[in-house]
Design a protein around this ligand. Structure first.
Ligand code: MEZ
Length: 598
């Protein structure tokens, strides 16, 4: 038997063994799972896998077959009677196989971030820990992997979060053949979880509401928020291209009409969908639809294990480990690294900031930082790696981020004595420090009916069981375990500040709504890891800068994988701006680099 015929023969044998174990009802973990609903309906291997039994890394045909039998997300969501409806979540319409498995027990992807004991078919109830260390294929000491095939593209983009999608769409529209790679089973990255909005100065939406804003102010506030450690040139690009970024999103079909204020900012600059809906799921749906419309080659379960260069400093492609297809090479004329940050990587966070190691992370489980080290391995400079942002308000002991926009909509922060203790709209580093300075290292967000109605995300927190409610402030105080007279006095004083448009106690600039009835609400909150400000050094053209201070030819980066834009503390709402502004620059420059090289 030659090597050429050996591989198909082995595959065929494996397929026959699987088929046989199903037919004979053998008591292996594979067959016992398949003996469930699939056995009952006489499902064959070919029903799921197709005649060839081959599975591509994105599991496309397999998922089509899942839907063929079980129905699509909408159908399944309509049938769900449980309180939490996994088929109707912020993850959007993803692969069925992200949660459901064919040959091993299914597992809910949601449980990486949430703690739901969800029942899904053939799933054990045990919780998967999201803190398990991501095995980095390119870690030092790991043996070099051998590619079994070679493909080619004009531009390869690493990481299908917000920056990755924006860079891919932009490069595609500039004429490049793009492959977008995502190591996780679903696309979206941390952008998918973004609750707040996109900061942009002097937009048509601000002007429509008669609001005056100025990119120069955005520069000043971003620098101040970043403790002046940001790269001022990058910040200028961020601010002066921010209104264009919003127009770009609208041109793709996004809704950015609602405005709210974020911490450390003196105007309503954070743009989001109408009703205060979370920005991330909305944008990722828009991006997914736009990528599909353009036929962009998006591959999940595809981990980049190496960025390739010609030895003379020019990037030439990537090596990928596909979940099913194995290791292969993509030769590319340009590579864009949009692989995100590492706030979900306990080991790495502990390495750079030992005191943050045990804090909960708001991030998706794939935010483990490999994109930074893949870049460093081919000479990129990493900066500000120890700058890790702690977001003030994660829901109690959960991994659910309670959006800053809840405070922006008017909620107050109250300690366990029932008193306000900080300007709720100060920067995140200061608000987190103020909460951690409380003896309990936690606090409550307190809000009324008007605030709840202005921000649809609060209904989500109610559905998740994070919110206590009562018909009076005293009733709420009893549920929170704080003195009723003190909390009542706190709310009365705050409502007076709302009337007077002046907050003598904490100089909060913007009080859009009072804390009023008929219902009052409280959410117990604790600070948690949210954003890693450091990463790959880039210049204003989104070119990756090497340790020698020079751009690495053919190599671009955007979003949380980069450092310098946010300095030592990011302002809420500036991350999405970063992904769109620098994603566009990276996509467009990668495409013109290729054209100019021809
Ligand atoms: O930009 C963010 O991280 C943000 C606005 C988060 C949030 O609190 O909603």
């Amino acid at each position: 038997m030659t090597r050429k015929t050996m591989v198909p023969a082995l595959l065929l044998t494996a397929a026959l063994l699987i088929a046989a174990s199903i037919a004979w009802g053998a008591d292996s973990s594979k067959s016992s799972f398949l003996s469930g609903v699939h056995k009952k309906n006489n499902v064959t291997c070919a029903d799921c896998h197709g005649k060839s039994l081959a599975v591509d890394d994105s599991e496309t045909a397999l998922n089509k077959n899942c839907r063929g039998c079980h129905g699509g997300f909408e159908e399944l969501a309509a049938k769900t009677k449980e309180h939490i409806n996994p088929h109707k979540s912020h993850l959007g319409d993803t692969n069925c196989t992200a949660c459901h498995k064919g040959h091993v027990a299914s597992k809910a992807y949601c449980n990486y971030c949430h703690s739901f004991a969800m029942k899904i078919p053939a799933m054990g109830t045990e919780q998967e820990s999201s803190d398990k260390k991501w095995v980095q294929e390119s870690a030092p000491g790991k043996k070099e992997l051998k590619s079994t095939r070679v493909e080619s593209a004009d531009v390869v983009v690493i990481g299908a979060g917000g920056s990755g999608y924006v860079a891919s769409i932009t490069a595609h529209d500039a004429g490049a053949k793009v492959i977008l790679l995502e190591k996780m089973p679903i696309t979206g990255g941390n952008s998918m979880l973004a609750a707040g909005g996109i900061n942009a100065a002097r937009t048509r939406y601000q002007e429509r509401l008669g609001m005056h804003d100025d990119p120069a102010e955005m520069v000043k506030e971003t620098m101040k928020g970043g403790r002046d450690k940001n790269d001022p040139e990058l910040v200028k690009v961020l601010a002066y291209k921010s209104a264009d970024a919003v127009d770009f999103l609208v041109s793709l079909g996004a809704d950015m009409t609602d405005l709210v204020r974020s911490g450390g900012v003196a105007v309503d600059r954070t743009h989001r969908p109408v009703g205060g809906a979370a920005v991330g799921p909305h944008l990722i749906k828009v991006y997914r639809d736009n990528a599909a419309k353009r036929n962009i080659d998006v591959r999940v379960n595809s981990e980049v294990v190496q960025i390739l260069s010609d030895g003379k400093g020019r990037v030439t492609g990537v090596q990928v480990k596909g979940k099913h297809s194995g290791v292969y090479t993509i030769n590319a004329k340009a590579v864009i690294d949009t692989a995100g940050g590492f706030a979900a990587n306990n080991e790495l966070v502990g390495f750079y900031k030992p005191q943050f190691k045990e804090t909960a992370s708001s991030n998706q489980p794939g935010a483990t930082g490999e994109g930074m080290f893949l870049a460093e391995k081919i000479g990129a400079k990493l900066i500000d790696m120890e700058q890790i942002q702690i977001h003030p308000t994660m829901g109690g002991d959960t991994k659910v981020l309670v959006s800053e926009t809840v405070r922006g909509s008017g909620a107050i922060l109250v300690n366990h004595a029932g008193k306000r203790f900080v300007n709720e709209l100060t920067t995140r580093d200061k608000a987190s420090a103020a909460i951690l300075a409380q003896p309990e290292k936690s606090a409550f967000l307190v809000l009324g009916e008007g605030i709840r109605k202005s921000n649809v995300q609060i209904d989500g927190y109610i559905a998740l069981g994070l919110v206590q409610e009562a018909d009076s402030v005293a009733g709420l105080a009893a549920k929170m375990g704080v003195p009723a007279d003190v909390l009542t006095a706190t709310v009365v004083a705050y409502n007076k500040a709302f009337e007077a448009k002046k907050d003598p106690e904490f100089q909060r600039q913007d009080i859009p709504r009072p804390v009023d009835g008929p219902k009052y609400y409280a959410i117990w909150v604790k600070p948690g890891r949210h954003h890693t400000m450091g990463g790959v050094k880039i210049n204003t053209e989104a070119q990756v800068i090497g340790k020698d201070g020079k751009p690495i030819a053919g190599f671009y980066a955007a979003g949380e994988v980069t450092g310098g834009v946010h300095g030592w503390n990011r302002l809420g709402g500036n991350a999405i701006t970063d992904t769109v502004v620098f994603g566009r620059i990276a996509g467009s420059n990668a495409a013109s680099f290729i054209k100019n090289e021809k």
